[in-house]
Design a protein around this ligand. Structure first.
Ligand SMILES: Cc1cc2nc3c(=O)[nH]c(=O)nc-3n(C[C@H](O)[C@H](O)[C@H](O)COP(=O)(O)O)c2cc1C
Length: 188
């Protein structure tokens, strides 16, 4: 049995969000397979940007309201991150969450040989949907969300990174989107 943190980064409801339609189906499958899934809906959290006060508290480790995310993140074997493409990247609330877990000595460490990730042996599944097409061709150079997550989690030591993507949600017909969505969900 795996312990999984399900990180949700979209203000839309499960019924409306294409990203959540996929991630919820994946989470259902995990639960059916006996894995424990803990939900972290970032829009229900009181996540503050790293202003002067939060920075001080995060790095001194003195305030549990601020350090709870980084202290919690090591408790899981796997992270499911559900986040649509926003402005070629990720919703800023997810970037703020990552700023909260990027703490030297906890998720990575500086050593004589350079930085090393401390989230070793863990896995990320990034579930995302995009209005346009970025998986291949000319659009690929513009895709900075999945690339950022891969890089930053890699920095934290996660080498097992899987991406589940549905594209063209602002371009294709509702019929085609639903057909692609159903096909993807069946393949999970
Ligand atoms: C604020 C915002 C920014 C977006 N930026 C992009 C973008 O840069 N490129 C793109 O292809 N789609 C963009 N989209 C469209 C979404 O990625 C697309 O509709 C996605 O499927 C939404 O997922 P959801 O239904 O889970 O919210 C954006 C949507 C929003 C709301």
């Amino acid at each position: 049995m795996k312990k999984v943190l399900y990180i949700k980064a979209n203000p839309k409801s499960n019924e409306v969000s294409n990203t959540f339609k996929i991630s919820e189906a994946l989470v259902e499958k995990y639960k059916k397979d006996g894995h424990e899934v803990v939900e972290l809906d970032l829009y229900k959290e009181n996540l503050r940007h790293l202003d002067g006060e939060v920075l001080g508290k995060l790095f001194s480790g003195e305030d549990n309201e601020v350090t709870k995310y980084v202290n919690d993140v090591t408790n899981y074997d796997e992270y499911i991150i559900a986040a649509p493409m926003w402005n070629l990247s990720i919703p800023s609330i997810l970037k703020t969450y990552i700023d909260h877990i990027m703490v030297a000595g906890k998720t990575f460490a500086y050593t004589e040989n350079g930085p090393v990730g401390l989230l070793k042996g863990k896995k990320v599944v990034h579930v995302t949907t995009r209005g346009g097409f970025y998986s291949e061709g000319a659009g690929a150079a513009y895709e900075m969300g999945d690339r950022y997550l891969r890089t930053i989690y890699g920095f934290m030591g996660v080498t097992d990174f899987e991406t589940v993507t549905l594209e063209g949600t602002n371009v294709l017909s509702p019929e085609d989107i639903n057909a692609n969505l159903s096909k993807l969900i069946v393949s999970l």
